[in-house]
Design a protein around this ligand. Structure first.
Ligand code: AMP
Ligand code: MG
Length: 317
C-alpha cells in the first residue's frame, strides 16, 4: 500500500496523520469524526475553545461545510484556492460542534499541496488540520519538525518536503458587510477585498476579539527559550549583555557576533523570510543560548505584517 492510501486508511479508522500543506504541517483527522477530532485537541493540548480549520480538496467540498456561500466566497475561492486563505462562514449542520468550538461559524480552506489534496481525495471528505505542534509552540514546516513529537503508531507522518509558504493561512471572516481579517497571512486584506469586490472591515473592532477567534490573541508560536524582539541593533546589544544570545538577524543584514553568542542570517525577501522563520526559531531554541533575540523586520507589506504578528506573539509573556 502506498503512503497516501495507508494514511487515508488510518484516518478512516479514527487515527491522526501529520500532513504537509503549503503553510505549515497540519495534524489531520476526519472532520466528521468527533472522537478523532477530540484526539487532535488532546494530542496538541489545545484549549477546547479554539476552533479548528477544515481542509477540503475542492471548493465544492469546502462549500459543503458552510450553510451560506455568498458571492464573495465564490470569488475568493476562485482567485486563491488552492492556497493560504481560510474563509470563516456560517457552519453547515453536519459540522460537529467540537470542530467549531461550539461556534456558529466554520473555518475552511483548500490547501495548495499535492499530498494534502490527494489524501483528502482518498479519504473522500474534509479533514480538520490545526498546526502539528503542541499548542502554543512554533509551527512545524518540515516532516522532521513533527517526527518524535508523537509516537509513530499514533500519528502517521507524511513527508511532503519543506512548506512553500511557511506561515499559517490568512483567516478571513466573510460577513454580510464585507471581509474581516482574523489572522494575518501572506495574502493581505486589501488584495482579498479587491478580488472579492466587497469592503474590508476593521480587524480591531471584531475579528481579533477573543470571542470572534479565540486562537488569534495572546502568546503563541513560542519557542521554549525566552524570545525578545529588538527594534535596533543597539537594543540587540543590550540583550546580548545579559547572557549568551541567539541573534536572528534583520532581513538581508547578517549580524556578526562573537562567542558565546550565535547568529543566523535571514533573507531580505519577505516570502523567503516567512518561509524560513519557524525553522530559524527552532534552530535558535536548540542552540543552548539563554535567549533568542530577533531583530524585528520593519518593512511594509502583507507578508511582513504576518511575520510581525507571529513575532509579537512569540515574544509575548
Ligand atoms: P491553527 O490551525 O492552529 O493554525 O489555528 C487555526 C486558527 O483559525 C485559530 O486562530 C482559530 O482561532 C481560527 N479559527 C478556526 N475556526 C474559526 C472560526 N470558526 N471562527 C474564527 N476563527 C477560527
Ligand atoms: Mg497553530
Amino acid at each position: 500500500m502506498d503512503a497516501i492510501a495507508h494514511a487515508a486508511a488510518h484516518l478512516q479508522r479514527g487515527g491522526l496523520v501529520a500532513i504537509p500543506t503549503e503553510t505549515v504541517y497540519g495534524l489531520a483527522a476526519v472532520a466528521r469524526d468527533c472522537d478523532a477530532v477530540a484526539r487532535v485537541f488532546e494530542a496538541k493540548g489545545r484549549p477546547s475553545d479554539n476552533p479548528l480549520i477544515v481542509h477540503a480538496s475542492t471548493a465544492d467540498m469546502a462549500r459543503e461545510c458552510s450553510a451560506l456561500w455568498p458571492d464573495a466566497a465564490v470569488a475568493l475561492a476562485r482567485a486563491f484556492w488552492p492556497g493560504p486563505l481560510t474563509l470563516v462562514l456560517p457552519k453547515a449542520e453536519w459540522v460537529p460542534d467540537i470542530v467549531t468550538a461550539g461556534g456558529a461559524t466554520v473555518a475552511v480552506r483548500v490547501p495548495r499541496h499535492p499530498v494534502a489534496l490527494e489524501l483528502i481525495e482518498a479519504v473522500g471528505e474534509p479533514l480538520v488540520a490545526p498546526s502539528a505542534n503542541r499548542s502554543g509552540y512554533v509551527s512545524p514546516t518540515t516532516a522532521g519538525h513533527v517526527r518524535g513529537v508523537w509516537p509513530e503508531d499514533e500519528v502517521v507522518v507524511l513527508d511532503g518536503g519543506a512548506c512553500a509558504v511557511g506561515l499559517e493561512s490568512t483567516v478571513l471572516a466573510v460577513e454580510s458587510a464585507g471581509l474581516r481579517v482574523l489572522r494575518p497571512g501572506v495574502l493581505g486584506g486589501d488584495e482579498l477585498a479587491k478580488a472579492a469586490g466587497v469592503p474590508l472591515l476593521d480587524s480591531e473592532t471584531g475579528g481579533c476579539s477573543p470571542v470572534a477567534s479565540p486562537g488569534v490573541v495572546g502568546p503563541h508560536y513560542q519557542p521554549t527559550l525566552p524570545l525578545v524582539l529588538a527594534s535596533s541593533l543597539a537594543e540587540a546589544d543590550t540583550w546580548m549583555a545579559l547572557g549568551p544570545a541567539f541573534v536572528i538577524s534583520p532581513p538581508g543584514v547578517p549580524v556578526a557576533v562573537d562567542p558565546p553568542h550565535q547568529s543566523m542570517p535571514m533573507p531580505a525577501d519577505a516570502e523567503a523570510y516567512g518561509r524560513e522563520l519557524y525553522a530559524a526559531l527552532r534552530d535558535a531554541d536548540a542552540s543552548g543560548a539563554s535567549r533568542i533575540v530577533v531583530c524585528a523586520p520593519t518593512a511594509e507589506g502583507a507578508v511582513w505584517d504576518a511575520v510581525r504578528e507571529r513575532l509579537v506573539r512569540a515574544a509575548a509573556v
